[in-house]
Design a binder for this molecule. Sequence first.
Ligand code: HEM
Length: 232
Amino acid sequence: MPKQVIFVLKTILHLCLLAPLLWLLHIFHNGTLALDADPVNYITHFTGNWSLWILLGSLAITPARRLSRKLAFLVRFRRLIGLYAFFYATLHLATYVFLFSGYDLAGALHAAAAGHPGELLTQWRLVSPTIWDDLKKRRFIQVGLLSWVILFALALTSPSVVMRWLGGKPWQRLHRFVYVAAAAAVIHFWWLVKRGVRTPWRVSAILLILLAGRLAYLALKRRSLAVRPQTS
Ligand code: HEM
């Protein structure tokens, strides 16, 4: 595929993946978000959902290109999509730390602008015991953090220079942990909803299909490798 086409497609992809954030900024700016019963909860759910759907989108690229050679070019966008999943997961985590936990972000920023940057730290000192407590007590936070830490490690090691430094195979092995990150995010979702609520079923079904597809492909590949020496 010509370089110019890839460039245009990447630009469109950037715009599509930035659209949720732009939408969030738009409803914040025009006051619609403030009319929500719980704006912080809205942002937490919004960023969490987008992160998970984008992550699943990045995982769908490998099976898509295996299904049709015509879709092989999609692999060029996988890293970009994965990085956006990490970006939204980080916004989600930041929402939890700076808004959900009771950190007075507006007050701290105001104080910092007025020449008291220490207020940023004071606020952190005030909310950090609650955050540690949450982390110790709530398993959905623990598994969410596991997912974020994996995405962080994958984002750090995503540049080509790191891939060359690590070597192709070890890099690939490390990046298979993206499935663990997605599974942890889905478990995070199941563990946070109330008993009897089935909202996470869609993401769970998609992840299961993707995992089953991957396992089936590996089994077929192993079988064809085992058969080859006998036929030659
Ligand atoms: C340290 C990391 C994380 C923390 C502290 C965290 C925290 C939270 C919190 C507080 C909620 C709302 C819970 C409620 O409504 O009672 C939530 C929801 C959610 N989070 Fe996370 N999360 C983390 C990581 C992640 C990651 C990495 C993903 C996705 C890749 C994710 C996806 C979601 C989803 C899909 C929801 C539910 C959205 C909905 O109900 O519509 N979270 N998270």
